[in-house]
Design a protein around this ligand. Sequence first.
Ligand SMILES: Cc1cc2nc3c(=O)[nH]c(=O)nc-3n(C[C@H](O)[C@H](O)[C@H](O)COP(=O)(O)O)c2cc1C
Length: 316
Amino acid sequence: MSESIGIAHFSGTGNTRLVSGLLAEALRDRGAEVEELAIEDVLNLRGHWDTTGYKRIGIGWPVHAFDAPRIVYEFLHRLPPGEGKPVFTFRSAGDPFWNGGPTEPTRRALAQRGYRVFREDLFVMPPNVLIACPNTVARQLYLKAEQRVEAIASAILADADAERDAITNSPLFRRVVARIFAKSESLGARLAGRWWHVTADCTLCNRCVDECPPGNIFRDLNRLTFGWDCLLCMRCVYLCPEQAIKPPLWLSFMVLKEGYDPASILDDANDSADDQVPIPSSFGYRDRLLRYLNEPDFSLTDTVGGSLVDKGERDP
Ligand SMILES: Cc1cc2nc3c(=O)[nH]c(=O)nc-3n(C[C@H](O)[C@H](O)[C@H](O)COP(=O)(O)O)c2cc1C
Protein backbone atom coordinates (compact mmCIF):
# COMPACT_ATOMS: atom_id res chain seq x y z
CA MET A 1 0.00 0.00 0.00
CA SER A 2 1.34 3.45 -0.83
CA GLU A 3 2.50 5.61 2.02
CA SER A 4 0.72 8.88 2.74
CA ILE A 5 2.89 11.93 3.43
CA GLY A 6 1.85 15.51 4.16
CA ILE A 7 4.20 18.41 3.48
CA ALA A 8 3.56 21.89 4.85
CA HIS A 9 5.82 24.78 3.97
CA PHE A 10 6.19 28.48 4.39
CA SER A 11 7.88 30.37 1.57
CA GLY A 12 8.26 34.14 1.37
CA THR A 13 9.58 34.45 -2.16
CA GLY A 14 9.33 30.97 -3.68
CA ASN A 15 12.58 29.13 -2.89
CA THR A 16 11.17 26.88 -0.18
CA ARG A 17 8.01 26.28 -2.20
CA LEU A 18 10.23 25.10 -5.04
CA VAL A 19 12.15 22.70 -2.81
CA SER A 20 8.88 21.43 -1.35
CA GLY A 21 7.58 20.75 -4.86
CA LEU A 22 10.76 18.90 -5.83
CA LEU A 23 10.64 16.75 -2.71
CA ALA A 24 6.95 15.98 -3.21
CA GLU A 25 7.62 14.94 -6.79
CA ALA A 26 10.56 12.72 -5.83
CA LEU A 27 8.48 11.05 -3.11
CA ARG A 28 5.60 10.48 -5.54
CA ASP A 29 8.04 8.93 -8.03
CA ARG A 30 8.82 6.42 -5.28
CA GLY A 31 5.17 5.52 -4.83
CA ALA A 32 4.18 7.80 -1.94
CA GLU A 33 0.94 9.76 -1.89
CA VAL A 34 1.90 13.33 -1.09
CA GLU A 35 -0.24 16.31 -0.15
CA GLU A 36 1.36 19.75 -0.05
CA LEU A 37 0.03 22.84 1.60
CA ALA A 38 1.11 26.34 2.49
CA ILE A 39 1.39 27.12 6.19
CA GLU A 40 -0.21 30.53 5.76
CA ASP A 41 -3.31 28.94 4.21
CA VAL A 42 -3.84 26.84 7.33
CA LEU A 43 -3.29 29.79 9.66
CA ASN A 44 -5.39 32.22 7.64
CA LEU A 45 -8.29 29.82 7.87
CA ARG A 46 -7.69 29.87 11.63
CA GLY A 47 -7.53 26.12 11.49
CA HIS A 48 -5.00 23.46 12.29
CA TRP A 49 -3.48 20.82 10.08
CA ASP A 50 -5.07 17.42 10.52
CA THR A 51 -2.02 15.15 10.42
CA THR A 52 -3.74 11.94 11.53
CA GLY A 53 -3.95 10.38 8.06
CA TYR A 54 -0.24 10.73 7.28
CA LYS A 55 2.41 8.17 8.09
CA ARG A 56 5.08 10.91 8.05
CA ILE A 57 4.98 14.63 7.66
CA GLY A 58 7.43 17.16 6.24
CA ILE A 59 7.75 20.79 7.23
CA GLY A 60 9.79 23.37 5.30
CA TRP A 61 10.76 27.02 5.84
CA PRO A 62 13.27 29.67 4.75
CA VAL A 63 16.03 30.45 7.25
CA HIS A 64 15.53 33.90 8.78
CA ALA A 65 18.36 35.02 11.05
CA PHE A 66 19.51 31.43 11.73
CA ASP A 67 16.01 30.24 12.64
CA ALA A 68 12.54 29.65 11.25
CA PRO A 69 10.26 32.67 10.72
CA ARG A 70 7.70 33.38 13.45
CA ILE A 71 4.80 32.08 11.35
CA VAL A 72 6.36 28.60 11.36
CA TYR A 73 6.36 28.48 15.16
CA GLU A 74 2.74 29.69 15.22
CA PHE A 75 1.96 26.77 12.95
CA LEU A 76 3.96 24.24 14.98
CA HIS A 77 2.31 25.31 18.24
CA ARG A 78 -1.08 24.60 16.68
CA LEU A 79 -0.33 21.10 15.42
CA PRO A 80 -2.63 18.41 16.77
CA PRO A 81 -0.99 15.87 19.10
CA GLY A 82 1.52 13.88 17.06
CA GLU A 83 1.77 10.75 19.20
CA GLY A 84 5.32 10.14 18.03
CA LYS A 85 4.67 10.69 14.32
CA PRO A 86 7.96 10.94 12.37
CA VAL A 87 8.76 14.31 10.82
CA PHE A 88 11.36 15.40 8.31
CA THR A 89 12.15 19.06 8.03
CA PHE A 90 13.85 21.01 5.28
CA ARG A 91 14.90 24.61 5.09
CA SER A 92 16.24 26.86 2.40
CA ALA A 93 18.97 29.34 3.18
CA GLY A 94 20.93 31.84 1.15
CA ASP A 95 24.23 30.67 2.60
CA PRO A 96 25.42 27.35 4.10
CA PHE A 97 27.08 29.29 6.94
CA TRP A 98 26.42 27.50 10.25
CA ASN A 99 24.29 25.11 8.30
CA GLY A 100 21.45 27.64 8.28
CA GLY A 101 21.52 27.85 12.07
CA PRO A 102 20.67 25.47 14.90
CA THR A 103 17.50 23.41 14.56
CA GLU A 104 17.00 22.63 18.23
CA PRO A 105 14.23 25.26 18.62
CA THR A 106 12.05 23.83 15.84
CA ARG A 107 12.79 20.30 16.98
CA ARG A 108 11.76 21.26 20.50
CA ALA A 109 8.52 22.90 19.30
CA LEU A 110 7.69 19.72 17.40
CA ALA A 111 8.59 17.50 20.36
CA GLN A 112 6.25 19.55 22.56
CA ARG A 113 3.40 18.65 20.22
CA GLY A 114 4.43 14.98 20.19
CA TYR A 115 6.35 14.76 16.89
CA ARG A 116 9.73 13.10 16.41
CA VAL A 117 12.10 14.68 13.90
CA PHE A 118 14.13 11.98 12.16
CA ARG A 119 15.68 13.99 9.38
CA GLU A 120 16.67 17.60 8.71
CA ASP A 121 17.98 18.92 5.40
CA LEU A 122 19.40 22.23 4.36
CA PHE A 123 19.06 23.46 0.78
CA VAL A 124 21.19 26.38 -0.24
CA MET A 125 19.26 28.62 -2.60
CA PRO A 126 19.84 32.10 -3.97
CA PRO A 127 19.62 34.68 -1.19
CA ASN A 128 16.52 36.87 -1.43
CA VAL A 129 18.20 39.62 0.58
CA LEU A 130 21.61 41.32 0.81
CA ILE A 131 23.56 39.40 -1.87
CA ALA A 132 22.50 39.29 -5.51
CA CYS A 133 23.50 35.86 -6.79
CA PRO A 134 24.22 35.75 -10.55
CA ASN A 135 21.44 33.94 -12.45
CA THR A 136 23.83 31.31 -13.77
CA VAL A 137 24.88 30.35 -10.24
CA ALA A 138 21.32 30.55 -8.96
CA ARG A 139 20.33 28.04 -11.63
CA GLN A 140 23.08 25.71 -10.46
CA LEU A 141 21.66 25.91 -6.94
CA TYR A 142 18.23 24.93 -8.26
CA LEU A 143 19.79 22.06 -10.20
CA LYS A 144 21.67 20.96 -7.10
CA ALA A 145 18.37 20.89 -5.18
CA GLU A 146 16.81 18.85 -7.99
CA GLN A 147 19.63 16.29 -7.74
CA ARG A 148 19.70 16.16 -3.95
CA VAL A 149 15.97 15.51 -3.47
CA GLU A 150 16.37 12.13 -5.18
CA ALA A 151 18.60 10.66 -2.45
CA ILE A 152 16.76 12.55 0.27
CA ALA A 153 13.36 11.18 -0.84
CA SER A 154 14.72 7.62 -0.78
CA ALA A 155 16.19 8.24 2.66
CA ILE A 156 12.93 9.75 3.96
CA LEU A 157 11.03 6.64 2.95
CA ALA A 158 13.67 4.35 4.45
CA ASP A 159 14.99 6.39 7.37
CA ALA A 160 12.23 6.86 9.91
CA ASP A 161 12.97 3.59 11.65
CA ALA A 162 16.72 3.59 11.10
CA GLU A 163 19.08 3.50 14.06
CA ARG A 164 20.54 6.91 13.42
CA ASP A 165 18.51 10.00 12.89
CA ALA A 166 19.92 12.35 10.28
CA ILE A 167 19.87 15.31 12.63
CA THR A 168 22.60 17.36 14.24
CA ASN A 169 23.11 18.98 17.59
CA SER A 170 24.70 22.42 17.40
CA PRO A 171 27.45 23.74 19.64
CA LEU A 172 26.17 25.84 22.58
CA PHE A 173 27.90 29.00 21.37
CA ARG A 174 26.08 28.80 18.06
CA ARG A 175 22.75 28.22 19.75
CA VAL A 176 23.16 31.27 21.97
CA VAL A 177 24.24 33.58 19.15
CA ALA A 178 21.51 32.30 16.84
CA ARG A 179 18.88 32.83 19.55
CA ILE A 180 19.92 36.46 19.95
CA PHE A 181 19.81 37.01 16.17
CA ALA A 182 16.46 35.26 15.80
CA LYS A 183 14.76 37.15 18.62
CA SER A 184 16.08 40.48 17.33
CA GLU A 185 15.00 39.65 13.80
CA SER A 186 11.50 38.72 14.85
CA LEU A 187 11.07 41.98 16.79
CA GLY A 188 12.88 43.95 14.08
CA ALA A 189 10.52 42.54 11.46
CA ARG A 190 7.48 43.78 13.38
CA LEU A 191 9.00 47.24 13.78
CA ALA A 192 10.29 47.41 10.22
CA GLY A 193 6.96 46.27 8.82
CA ARG A 194 5.24 49.19 10.46
CA TRP A 195 7.52 51.55 8.55
CA TRP A 196 7.35 50.13 5.05
CA HIS A 197 5.89 52.75 2.77
CA VAL A 198 4.32 52.91 -0.64
CA THR A 199 5.36 55.38 -3.30
CA ALA A 200 3.09 57.29 -5.68
CA ASP A 201 3.70 54.54 -8.29
CA CYS A 202 1.25 52.26 -6.46
CA THR A 203 -1.82 51.52 -8.60
CA LEU A 204 -3.76 49.98 -5.71
CA CYS A 205 -3.85 46.65 -7.53
CA ASN A 206 -4.12 44.92 -4.11
CA ARG A 207 -1.70 42.09 -4.90
CA CYS A 208 0.35 42.79 -1.81
CA VAL A 209 -2.79 42.98 0.33
CA ASP A 210 -4.00 39.62 -0.98
CA GLU A 211 -0.65 37.86 -0.80
CA CYS A 212 0.92 39.09 2.44
CA PRO A 213 1.26 35.84 4.47
CA PRO A 214 0.32 37.28 7.88
CA GLY A 215 -2.27 39.65 6.35
CA ASN A 216 -0.28 42.67 7.48
CA ILE A 217 -1.09 45.05 4.60
CA PHE A 218 -4.38 46.94 4.65
CA ARG A 219 -6.20 49.02 2.09
CA ASP A 220 -7.48 52.15 3.68
CA LEU A 221 -9.51 54.01 1.04
CA ASN A 222 -6.82 55.18 -1.39
CA ARG A 223 -3.72 54.17 0.46
CA LEU A 224 -2.03 51.11 1.92
CA THR A 225 -1.05 50.79 5.54
CA PHE A 226 1.07 48.22 7.36
CA GLY A 227 0.38 46.59 10.72
CA TRP A 228 2.65 45.09 13.38
CA ASP A 229 2.77 41.52 12.04
CA CYS A 230 5.39 41.79 9.29
CA LEU A 231 7.60 38.70 8.89
CA LEU A 232 10.11 40.48 6.66
CA CYS A 233 9.54 37.68 4.15
CA MET A 234 10.02 40.16 1.26
CA ARG A 235 7.12 38.84 -0.79
CA CYS A 236 5.30 42.17 -1.14
CA VAL A 237 8.46 44.04 -2.12
CA TYR A 238 9.36 41.69 -4.95
CA LEU A 239 5.88 40.96 -6.28
CA CYS A 240 4.78 44.58 -6.59
CA PRO A 241 4.55 45.19 -10.36
CA GLU A 242 5.43 48.86 -9.83
CA GLN A 243 8.19 48.29 -7.25
CA ALA A 244 6.28 50.77 -5.15
CA ILE A 245 6.82 49.15 -1.75
CA LYS A 246 9.89 50.50 -0.02
CA PRO A 247 11.53 49.65 3.29
CA PRO A 248 12.49 52.18 5.92
CA LEU A 249 15.84 53.73 5.10
CA TRP A 250 17.73 51.72 7.74
CA LEU A 251 16.62 48.48 6.03
CA SER A 252 17.15 49.44 2.41
CA PHE A 253 20.50 47.58 2.33
CA MET A 254 18.55 44.30 2.57
CA VAL A 255 16.42 44.64 -0.54
CA LEU A 256 17.87 43.36 -3.83
CA LYS A 257 17.69 46.22 -6.31
CA GLU A 258 17.04 43.91 -9.21
CA GLY A 259 14.21 42.19 -7.31
CA TYR A 260 13.90 38.49 -6.67
CA ASP A 261 11.83 36.16 -8.82
CA PRO A 262 12.69 32.44 -8.99
CA ALA A 263 10.63 32.05 -12.18
CA SER A 264 12.78 34.51 -14.10
CA ILE A 265 15.96 32.99 -12.64
CA LEU A 266 14.90 29.57 -13.87
CA ASP A 267 14.37 30.91 -17.35
CA ASP A 268 17.80 30.33 -18.89
CA ALA A 269 17.11 32.99 -21.50
CA ASN A 270 18.08 35.39 -18.72
CA ASP A 271 21.48 33.80 -18.17
CA SER A 272 23.51 35.45 -20.87
CA ALA A 273 23.03 38.91 -19.40
CA ASP A 274 24.99 38.06 -16.29
CA ASP A 275 27.35 35.35 -17.51
CA GLN A 276 30.31 37.44 -16.45
CA VAL A 277 29.01 38.58 -13.09
CA PRO A 278 31.26 37.14 -10.38
CA ILE A 279 29.85 35.54 -7.24
CA PRO A 280 30.25 38.07 -4.44
CA SER A 281 33.14 36.96 -2.25
CA SER A 282 32.17 38.89 0.89
CA PHE A 283 32.67 37.08 4.21
CA GLY A 284 33.62 33.83 2.49
CA TYR A 285 30.19 33.47 0.80
CA ARG A 286 31.73 32.52 -2.55
CA ASP A 287 33.90 29.74 -1.07
CA ARG A 288 31.05 28.24 0.93
CA LEU A 289 28.77 28.34 -2.08
CA LEU A 290 31.30 26.65 -4.36
CA ARG A 291 31.95 23.98 -1.75
CA TYR A 292 28.22 23.31 -1.51
CA LEU A 293 27.87 23.15 -5.29
CA ASN A 294 30.91 20.94 -5.78
CA GLU A 295 30.29 18.40 -3.08
CA PRO A 296 28.76 15.38 -4.76
CA ASP A 297 26.84 14.40 -1.64
CA PHE A 298 26.29 17.42 0.55
CA SER A 299 25.27 16.29 4.00
CA LEU A 300 24.92 17.90 7.37
CA THR A 301 28.30 16.74 8.58
CA ASP A 302 30.03 18.38 5.62
CA THR A 303 29.23 21.88 6.80
CA VAL A 304 30.71 23.76 9.69
CA GLY A 305 30.82 21.47 12.71
CA GLY A 306 27.73 19.52 13.71
CA SER A 307 27.70 15.77 14.00
CA LEU A 308 25.10 13.13 13.40
CA VAL A 309 23.58 11.91 16.61
CA ASP A 310 22.38 8.49 17.62
CA LYS A 311 18.84 8.05 18.80
CA GLY A 312 18.79 8.59 22.53
CA GLU A 313 21.59 11.16 22.41
CA ARG A 314 19.51 13.69 20.60
CA ASP A 315 18.61 17.02 22.14
CA PRO A 316 15.75 17.40 22.79
C1 LIG B 1 14.61 38.46 6.91
C2 LIG B 1 15.50 37.43 6.26
C3 LIG B 1 16.52 36.85 6.99
C4 LIG B 1 17.36 35.90 6.38
N1 LIG B 1 18.33 35.33 7.13
C5 LIG B 1 19.12 34.38 6.58
C6 LIG B 1 20.11 33.72 7.39
O1 LIG B 1 20.26 33.95 8.59
N2 LIG B 1 20.91 32.79 6.79
C7 LIG B 1 20.76 32.48 5.46
O2 LIG B 1 21.51 31.65 4.98
N3 LIG B 1 19.81 33.08 4.67
C8 LIG B 1 18.99 34.02 5.20
N4 LIG B 1 18.03 34.61 4.43
C9 LIG B 1 17.88 34.22 3.01
C10 LIG B 1 16.77 33.21 2.83
O3 LIG B 1 16.79 32.22 3.84
C11 LIG B 1 16.85 32.44 1.50
O4 LIG B 1 17.01 33.27 0.40
C12 LIG B 1 15.65 31.54 1.33
O5 LIG B 1 15.92 30.59 0.32
C13 LIG B 1 14.37 32.29 0.95
O6 LIG B 1 13.32 31.36 0.85
P1 LIG B 1 11.87 31.72 0.37
O7 LIG B 1 11.98 32.20 -1.06
O8 LIG B 1 11.11 30.43 0.46
O9 LIG B 1 11.34 32.77 1.28
C14 LIG B 1 17.17 35.54 5.01
C15 LIG B 1 16.12 36.12 4.30
C16 LIG B 1 15.29 37.06 4.90
C17 LIG B 1 14.17 37.66 4.10
